[in-house]
Design a protein around this ligand. Structure first.
Ligand code: MN9
Length: 292
């Protein structure tokens, strides 16, 4: 079983002026992230506006990413849908694309029982025949996996890890400690260094799109035990994350990407474009923290 380590950018989905997926911008984004030293990409997650894309677009997006990456890094894709059979269809498409692993948000909207969620992941692992990573994101999915639930899920060898997008560092530490063979990704960029201290060895993040080099640096400094310097970089990151949270994370990331020269358009409606004063505020924070 492969253990994933390092920095995985949760790619934004670039749109052109007509709102269609823009492959040239995607190529540029992939190149800039590879140059910053990332180990892979996470496609069609929250950052990728997956739940604002059609199924056809989700397939096309993955194909465009595979082409842009061209074997130079790992690709993990969120294939989560609402019905198991629909997720399995996307998982099979992903397998054909030769992704490194698939990932899934638990089906949301309807409150299913924990048995149903666990069966969902079991069905996925069996049908897809490709490593599965749980996408644990209680704030968006409203599903909270306890340690006991994770134990049940991880008893399946096909389920190889978890993307932990939660501020619960205690649970993260427990998962890492009890399952050293599984891949644990921290999904909140603002606690990246804290997660390394808790034992995590991988991260998937939205803000990596605009500053993956800072996370690569934190990881290196942590490895060298230069903790004060690592915290300085994390503090810079967190000023930027704070500003992004104030204006809307994904909208803000796309705006900063534009400032950096990679125009990925704006987030799809019902998201609204940022106002001029929000853009000025973002530019100031980005300049102050050296990402422009
Ligand atoms: O991919 C992202 N998760 C979500 C991970 O957006 C839900 C994070 O990178 C956050 O955007 C970031 C800000 O909270 O940590």
């Amino acid at each position: 079983m492969k253990k994933f380590k390092g920095i995985y950018t949760a790619l934004v989905t670039p749109f052109d002026a007509d709102g269609r997926i823009h492959a040239p911008a995607l190529q540029k984004l992939v190149e800039s992230n590879l140059q910053m030293g990332v180990n892979g990409f996470y496609v069609a997650g929250s950052t990728g506006e997956s739940y604002l894309l059609s199924v056809e677009e989700r397939k096309y997006l993955l194909e465009a990413v595979m082409e842009a990456v061209n074997g130079r890094a790992d690709v993990i894709v969120n294939i989560g849908m609402f019905a198991t059979e629909h997720s399995i269809a996307l998982a099979r498409h992903a397998k054909k694309q030769q992704v490194s692993a698939i990932s899934s948000v638990p089906p949301f909207y309807f409150p299913f029982t924990m048995d149903e969620y666990i069966q969902y992941y079991t069905d996925l692992a069996e049908a897809a025949e490709i490593p599965v990573i749980i996408y644990n994101i209680p704030a968006m999915s409203s599903v909270t996996f306890t340690m006991e639930d994770i134990t049940r899920l991880f008893s399946n060898d096909g389920i190889i890890g978890v993307k932990h997008t939660s501020y619960d560092l205690f649970q993260l530490q427990q998962v890492v400690k009890q399952y050293p063979e599984k891949s644990v990704f921290i999904g909140h960029d603002e606690i990246y260094l804290s997660a390394l201290a808790a034992g995590a060895e991988a991260g998937i993040g939205s803000t990596y799109n605009i500053m993956a080099d800072k996370f690569v640096k934190i990881s290196r400094l942590f490895g060298e035990k230069h903790l004060e310097q690592a915290l300085e970089v994390q503090n810079e990151v967190n000023e930027i994350v704070t500003a992004l949270c104030n204006v809307g994370v994904f909208k803000g990331i796309k705006e900063i990407l534009k400032m950096q020269g990679t125009d990925c358009g704006v987030c799809r409606k019902p998201f609204q474009p940022l106002k001029e004063e929000q853009i000025r505020y973002l530019r100031d924070v980005a300049q102050k923290n050296h990402i422009l």
